[in-house]
Structure formats: structure tokens, C-alpha cells
Design a protein around this ligand. Sequence first.
Ligand SMILES: [Zn+2]
Length: 515
Amino acid sequence: MIVLGLDGATFSLIRPWADSGALPNFARLLEEGVSGELESTVPEITVPAWPAFATGRSPETFDMYGFTHFNRETRELDLSHDEYVPGKMWDAVSDQGGRVVVFNIPGSYPWQEVDGTIVAAAPEYKEEYSHPPERWDELVDLVDGYKLRNDAVPGSDEYVEQSMALVDKRFTGFEHFIEAEEPDLAVGLIRATDRVAHHYWNETADPSNPLFRVYERVDERLGEFLDAHEDEDVVVMSDHGFESVSGYFASNHVLERAGLLAMTEDGDAGKALLGRLRDQASATLGRVGLLTLARKIVPESALTDIPSGGALGLENALSLGRIDWDGTRAIADVGQKTTTVYALSDDPDEVDAVCEEARTALASAADEEGLDVRFVRTERGGPHTPDLAMIIETPHVHASSRFDVDAPTFEAETSGHAREGIFVGVGPSFREGTVEGASITDIAPTVLHVMGYRIPGSTTGRVLPVLSENADAAARDPEYYDFVGENAATGGGLDSDGEGEEEIKDRLRELGYLE
Ligand SMILES: [Zn+2]
């Protein structure tokens, strides 16, 4: 079984380009396999979407809500990227005696010991890392130099060229480890479909469009890949979709207007002074150095999709002490199309009351702006899990954490994630046709069931109705077992005293990544 992830890949580009003949291998994949939209996590961000994919569990079960996420207890924004999430599908395969190859999946580091090879992806502050360690040099020699991320300047020709080269190197590396290891499960990821979409969103099938060139290159390599694995089961999927963004919904502004949140005029004098010192330090260091460091931490896809500059969003408001906590009962963090609302109470009745008021305020503001939204009430899985999430269903509108606006929405011209990723299954176990209502947490149970492995009982996903009637898996019921995974076999990368983390966040803040 092979799972090929294409970060941020969307049928809104693939279908028209495949229909026009520009992506013949995607066309063949859709024709021969079973396909459908794959609903992303709440929120629809690379992390937690990939850990949810890997575990078959929704984010509240591992308390992860973005590259940064609000902590209800400390009332700060924490970085999440090196938090260990146990119980991934490759851990379950290895636990049941199978061999695995895991190639560049975000959230795959830190890892638990497995039988096979892991070349990890995020966190991106590391230059190299693999399990076992010698795999890294093997990869570098094979493809004549390897990078975990595109480090060229977005917008430059070099950035596009490096993206294309990385597509090739990733396919070549993934294929190499599949041949070398003969794994029972291989999971690999192409990242350029997300990053180039962030920087060069463009729906025209024209060679001058860098995003089209990336999809064309992926299509070519996909064709070779499918030929090489003709008799195997292959799943091609993405963690979320993509769309152009023409406006933002300012969730904290709406909560403030409804009296659920209060601001102070000047903020905390000490924190404001720290902010000014930071500004001076950044002017001295220069933005290039900061950009380089910040890129090592967070994929630049995350750096570009949020309005930047001097905006007063959640991170700036927190770091400048601008929130009057005595007058605040709820606060909103955001990720792409999702607003996550945190009630600042541990009393269940008060939490219910705050959620109801927040829902009413957000719903009426959204209605006022003509937006279609839906709400999900979440169970607290830890300090980062919100109590309520609002998902904007209207295309091309995303959520912002900004306070400093005078209306619930403001205009923008950018691109970002859509909730609908892609799912295609092809090979002897899969039927043809379409599947409706698939979710990213359904991949792990489906893959394990098709492989004849037991599924961790903690999964919140289900086995998708995508099996061929001739498949072995169609003749048996999914089998569940008690598996939670082991502790991380290797430590995280950031300083455990949190100093490194503060330094990184300072740089992200200077960049405008954090509002
Ligand atoms: Zn992604």
C-alpha cells in the first residue's frame, strides 16, 4: 500500500486541467480509481491535518490547532510543530510486524521507533534528519543534494525552479526507499502543490503560470510512479484544498463588539517597551536574517496567508498586553477558514453560556455580511482545544484574528486553504467511481483495513466505502485493537526551557506572520 500526499492539491485545478488534456495522468487516475473530495480537519491547516491523517483521529484528541495555537491556561500562543502525536498508522503497521517508509510527512517528527525508514518534514528548523540517521546521506547522494524546504525567495525565478527540482527529488527519493525497503506501507508527500499555490495562485493552464508548471511536473512523475506500481494499491490525497481569498472575517472584532472581549487603550507598559526594543533589534538585524530564521521554523506557506504589517491580531494583542482579561470571557484564534473560540472559564455552565453568546454574535455578524457559516462545539482535549469553532462555508472568505478593524469583514487579494482536499484510490482493492463524504481521518482506518491490519480503537474516522467487491478487505469486517503508540524515541528540537521558542516567536511576530 502506497499513500502519496500532495499538500493542498485541489480538484478545482485538477479537474479542469485534466479535462483539457493538460494532466493526462491525473485524468487516468480519476478514470481508473475511486475519487471524491476529502474534508480537512477543523481548522484546515497542514498541522493538525497531517497528524489527523496519520492517526485517524480528530485534533481535539491530540490538542493541536495550528503551527501556533492559543493556550487557555497561560493565555499565550504556543508553537505546536514539534509536539509528539502517538499512534500514527505507520506505528500501528510496525507494531503488527509490518515494514514502513515515511517520507516528508509534516508532524512525523518526533517519531517512535519503527521497522523501516522515516525522513521527516516539519519542524523545518532542522537541516537534516532521518531514521535511521544514515538514510539522510543516502538520499543526499541519490538526488545530488536534498532540501527539506524551498529556501529561495518567493516570487523569484529561483523559487519556481527550486520547487520543480524538489518535486523531482521527492519523487525520486520516495521511489528509491520503496524499492530499497519493500515496505508494507509507504507514505510520502509532495509539498510544492501547497507552497506554490500560496505564492502564485493562478487557475490558467498556461506554461507561464508557475502553479500550472508544478501540477504538470507532478502529473509527469505521477504517471511514472503509477506505472511502476501498477499492481499495488495507491491512495493519492491532500490535507486540504486551495482557493483564492478576497476577504477576511475579523472574529475578535465581532467578539469585542458583542461585549465578550475587552481591550485596554495602551496595553501593558512593560510589554509595550519590550515590543519597541524588539522593533529596534529587528531594524539592526535586518529583515533578511529574520526571514531566513523564520523560514526554518514554519513553512513559508504559513507566512504568506495572513494579512501582515502592523495589524493588531491575536499575537500582537497578547504580546502588547492589549487584552483586558477582567472584562474578557472569550477570545478567538484563527486558521484559514476556521475561527476557534476559547471560553475563559472552567465552569461548564459558564462555558456553555459563553459559547452560546459567541455563536449568536458571530452568526449574526456573518449573516450581516452575507456569509454562510456553521458551528462545531468541541470537547476540550487540552489547553489548546477550543470550545467552539466557526467554519466559513462561503468560498474565498477566510478568518482573521484582528481587533483593529471597524467592520466584521475586510477585503484582501490573496490565496489560502479550502476545506476540500482530494482523495483517489486506485489498484486491485479499490473500485471505480466516486465516494461522498470522505474525511481526512478516514484514510488511516481505510488504509489499515485494506492492508489487513488491525485499526487502533482510538480512531475517530471510519473505513470508506471504496473497496472493490473482489478485494480481500471487502470480505472481512474492520478489526479494531487497543493501540496508543509508544513514547517518542527521539526528543524534540527546540530548547526545552522555552527560550528558543520565545526567540522564534519574536521573529515570526516581526515578520507579520503572527498578527
Ligand atoms: Zn497543507
